[in-house]
Design a binder for this molecule. Structure first.
Ligand SMILES: Nc1ncnc2c1ncn2[C@@H]1O[C@H](COP(=O)(O)OP(=O)(O)OP(=O)(O)O)[C@@H](O)[C@H]1O
Ligand SMILES: [Mg+2]
Length: 256
């Protein structure tokens, strides 16, 4: 069965695109068939995060019935499959004849997971992305303005018949200026799927156009994304630190 999940927030810049890419990568690492779709039709995100070439079919071509969705799939060097939106400003003027929900029909049954990166705000573009999904993961930061918008996004998704699975709290520093995780969970009435630390590894992965999960496999943020993926698959992920070659030699020699 294909699960169609969108990642939404209300507030911009909280980490939806980062979370979509890395949750998708973590699921791929667990041998799932995954495709991620850039629901940011007017302000594309995935192409920029992952350095996807522009001279190729995009989601806009699919929505305009100029390309099949299969032709618009880009395979990143890591193996992650993406339907990107085009970054050209011309895209803003295009008239679309299809919705994302209709366009992804051909992918249903072929993938285990379709993840949709949802635009910020609660406008038409966000609604179109939420409507295409059956389930939603809310992404927020641990501060009141983001959490209030997260509640609006959750309510909007539910009104559209999309089931909330839980919340990813991103850019967590852990100081006393932040809302406590339990308070966020109570406020949103959602389980916490992950608490992702504010991490330089994420900045580095975006600079390198590579999902964090592949770029920094031992990063604390990677471990959190793998935990979310495992939880979605109904299991638990435990990170086992492999000893380095030097540690292994020392162990053989009885030094440690
Ligand atoms: N855990 C993190 N630690 C540090 N920086 C982060 C983290 N998550 C995201 N960022 C940074 O925050 C910025 C916004 O992240 P991202 O693009 O994923 O957010 P978004 O919710 O998709 O934004 P938009 O609403 O504009 O689509 C990125 O440029 C990234 O560098
Ligand atoms: Mg984004």
């Amino acid at each position: 069965m294909t699960r169609i999940v969108c990642l939404a927030s209300g507030k911009g810049g909280v980490g939806k695109t980062t979370s979509t890419i890395n949750l998708g990568s973590a699921l791929l690492g667990f041998n799932q068939k995954v495709i991620i779709i850039d629901g940011n039709i007017t302000t594309p995100n995935l192409s920029i995060h992952l350095g996807i070439p522009q001279n190729r079919p995009t989601l806009q071509d699919v929505l305009e019935e100029k390309s099949s969705i299969e032709n618009a799939i880009y395979v990143h060097p890591t193996g992650l499959k993406i339907v990107p939106s085009g970054i050209s400003l011309e895209n803003m003027k295009r008239r679309f004849t299809k919705f994302i929900s209709e366009s992804i029909v051909d992918l249903v049954g072929k993938y285990d997971w379709i993840l949709i990166d949802t635009p910020a705000g609660l406008g038409k573009e966000a609604r179109i992305a939420m409507e295409a999904a059956n389930e939603v993961i809310i992404v927020t930061n641990p501060e009141l303005p983001a959490v209030v918008d997260a509640l609006k996004a959750k309510n909007m998704a539910q009104a559209l018949g999309t089931t909330p699975l839980g919340v990813i709290i991103n850019k967590v520093i852990g100081d006393d200026t932040e809302m406590k995780l339990d308070n966020i969970s109570n406020f949103l009435d959602l389980p916490i799927l992950a608490s992702i630390p504010f991490s330089k590894d994420i900045k580095k992965s975006i600079k390198e156009r590579e999902p964090l999960v592949f770029d920094s496999p031992r990063s604390a943020a990677t471990i959190q994304y793998k935990k979310v993926a495992a939880a979605l698959l109904g299991s638990e992920y435990k990170f086992i630190e492999k000893p380095s070659v030097i540690q292994r030699i020392k162990k053989i020699l009885g030094v440690i």
